[in-house]
Design a protein around this ligand. Structure first.
Ligand SMILES: [Fe+2]
Length: 386
């Protein structure tokens, strides 16, 4: 009898109990013209991979598709947070993918013992694929939300500005949550809503706000929001537009008691400024028709400016002022403001989106059109930049 129970327990253990599950994702990150990263989280330790196929009319199972793994120093790694970079893609092409995680039941010396596999298939009629960025494209549409502070009602209402088949990118311009005491707050705060609405097929790019720097899990930012540079500042090129995404760090001086001796953002900004100098000298930047900067804390406010945006302005504006910038998009103040070049130290306009509007940006031959749309869907402000 005892033997029978043992056999039954083993059977249940293998086939029914606690199968590995994907608890968050998958979602797209760091999509460029030639690469993309897929991120997801499982409830058990697992070795993971992504299979990718062009959307070219052939069935996903037409041939064996290339597999991409998360690797570190030449080794495939396992864990519960999965971040797989897909390389070698072509600009402006559509791709679909499938993610798989094989449970690692245990390790003994150099050996790994594997269990079940869980898969999420992002292809077929329901998921028609994602597009790589296309620098040569003539037009695009993207939306910008900021200062959501994990408010679901606001998030849902403003994501109604997302247009299927038209919106190609989403920028979250900082403070999507108020702090990061755990990773669940990121998913419950805005990532899950993004996945439900678009993020399996359209990328969002998170511009780090000062609130995303707070909390003990804030240092895991790049585990969930990887970027093409491996830093929280990076560039993108799409639709003849060069995007510069900047990280302004915290708002108060580094020595402020609120940061508990952890802040070194002045040094961080100086390193970022050195990177920015090279960026504005690049051919990619110079040759684009438009140059758009996204930064959560724009350097506006004159004498009322807090240390963070003030020092960012001192470092970044002299560099950006030589780069023929079309527009800077900011957030942080929670209020709309349009700051003409002569009102700031910048020689380009700075447009600040409110916490309760989405900025819908259409770029085409007529220029860069920005519509601020409120939670009821009404356009409350419009600007065109050329
Ligand atoms: Fe902020």
């Amino acid at each position: 009898m005892k033997k029978l129970l043992l056999v039954a327990a083993l059977f249940c253990g293998v086939y029914s109990a606690q199968a590995i599950k994907i608890i968050y994702g998958p979602y797209l990150q760091a999509v460029t013209d030639t690469e993309a990263t897929i991120v997801w989280v499982t409830d058990q330790q697992a070795m993971s991979w992504v299979e990718v196929a062009p959307v070219d009319g052939t069935n996903f199972y037409n041939v064996e598709r290339p597999k991409f793994y998360q690797t570190y120093l030449g080794k495939r790694v396992f864990g519960t947070e999965h971040q797989v970079r897909i390389t070698g893609l072509e600009p402006g092409k559509k791709y679909c993918y499938s993610v798989s995680s094989k449970e690692v039941l245990g390790t003994r010396r150099h050996r790994l013992h594997y269990g079940d596999i869980v898969t999420a298939r992002i292809y077929g009629r329901r998921y028609p694929g994602f597009n790589t960025l296309d620098p040569k494209k003539e037009s695009t549409q993207f939306i910008v939300l900021n200062d959501i502070h994990a408010k679901q009602e606001k998030m849902d209402a403003l994501l109604n500005t997302f247009e299927d088949g038209k919106t190609e990118m989403v920028f979250y311009n900082g403070d999507m949550v108020s702090q990061v005491p755990n990773v669940e707050i990121l998913f419950n705060g805005f990532v899950n809503a993004s996945i439900e609405r678009f993020a399996r097929q359209i990328p969002f790019y998170l511009v780090r706000g000062n609130h995303e720097t707070r909390g003990v899990f804030a240092t895991k930012f790049l585990d969930y929001f990887p970027t093409p540079t491996g830093k929280t500042y990076f560039t993108l090129k799409h639709a003849d537009t060069f995007f510069i995404i900047l990280d302004g760090g915290e708002d108060k001086p580094d020595s402020d008691l609120e940061y508990y001796e952890t802040a070194v953002y002045d040094q961080f900004r100086r390193e970022e400024a050195e990177w920015l100098k090279k960026v504005v000298e690049s051919e990619e930047c110079k040759s684009a028709k438009h140059r758009i900067v996204l930064m959560h804390m724009a350097p506006i406010g004159g004498k009322n400016m807090w240390h963070g945006p003030k020092y960012s302005g001192e470092l970044f504006l002299p560099i950006l002022n030589k780069a023929n910038i079309t527009l800077m998009l900011g957030g942080h103040t929670h209020r709309y403001s349009y700051n003409k070049p002569e009102e700031t130290g910048a020689n380009f306009p700075i447009l600040v989106n409110a916490h309760n509007t989405a900025a819908k940006v259409n770029i085409n031959n007529n220029g860069v059109k920005v519509d601020m749309i409120d939670m009821t869907g009404k356009v409350v402000k419009s600007h065109i930049f050329r």
